[in-house]
Design a binder for this molecule. Structure first.
Ligand SMILES: [Mg+2]
Length: 250
């Protein structure tokens, strides 16, 4: 039995509304002990906040252990390199990931982590820039250019990371989907191999590209950003295409 690595936004829910078939699919996985985890580029929520968000949407039986975020991947990668002093631009999810991985928030940081801070402003960014100019390493949790917001888009974390790259002259390592580092950290965290997993997502350029690059089986669900016609345009090919997640129910 393979483990599903599932995207959240556009796959499970869209903002504050459920996607048809998602709850039925999760209920079926839990009932039949089919393993699944959520892989998300969203670095803002803590594990508890992720659980609560899904409970509010009517999902049941979801636990903190089901989530692996780009914040967690970023913190684990830098901790493994031996760093333990940090500063951050981000929200609760990033703060939690740094804390859980043994980072101390310091005025002499070795790394500046940049997740999305919805209260970010010029002063905060300029202050954080000082750490980079004094030698801290820039670590963007993900490089999403845009962030879906209802029918439109807000500025994604990747655009903020680009600003810091330009200002500091540094280049951030690439961590969130579609970058392989995220998959490798998730596999390490859950003690899985590529062959044991199936990636499910709505985005060809992140979810499906990650699977295609790393030879992990993929399923595109047509509930989010990309449609069948985008496959040839982007030349990113999922192994399977479904309209609703509960098509996978046994
Ligand atoms: Mg998505």
């Amino acid at each position: 039995m393979k483990t599903y690595l599932i995207d959240l936004d556009g796959t499970m829910y869209r903002g504050n509304s459920n996607i048809a078939g998602a709850k039925e699919f999760i209920d079926n996985c839990l009932k039949n002990h089919i393993p699944f985890f959520f892989l998300t580029n969203n670095a803002t929520r803590t594990l508890r906040q992720n659980v609560e968000h899904m409970e509010k949407l009517g999902f049941k039986g979801i636990e903190e252990k089901h989530f692996f975020t780009s914040s967690m991947a970023a913190a684990r990668i830098m901790r493994k390199k031996g760093y333990d002093k940090a500063q951050m631009i981000g929200m609760d999810g990033l703060a939690e990931a740094l804390h859980n991985n043994g980072f101390e928030i310091s005025e002499e940081p070795q790394c500046l982590f940049v997740g999305l801070d919805k209260l970010g402003n010029y002063e905060k960014y300029s202050h954080a820039l000082q750490y980079l100019l004094r030698g801290a390493i820039l670590v963007g949790t993900n490089d999403d250019r845009l962030l879906a917001h209802g029918d439109t888009f807000h500025i994604g974390n990747g655009s903020i990371v680009k600003m810091f790259e330009y200002a500091s002259g540094q280049t951030s390592m690439k961590i969130g989907k579609p970058h392989s580092a995220f998959l490798y950290e998730a596999l390490d965290y859950y003690h899985l191999s590529k062959e044991e997993c199936i990636i499910i997502g709505d985005n060809l350029e992140t979810d499906i590209a990650l699977g295609a690059n790393e030879h992990v089986e993929t399923i595109l669900v047509l509930s989010g950003v990309h449609h069948e016609k985008d496959i040839e345009r982007l030349k990113i090919y999922p192994d399977r295409i479904i309209h609703r997640l509960d098509e996978l129910n046994q």
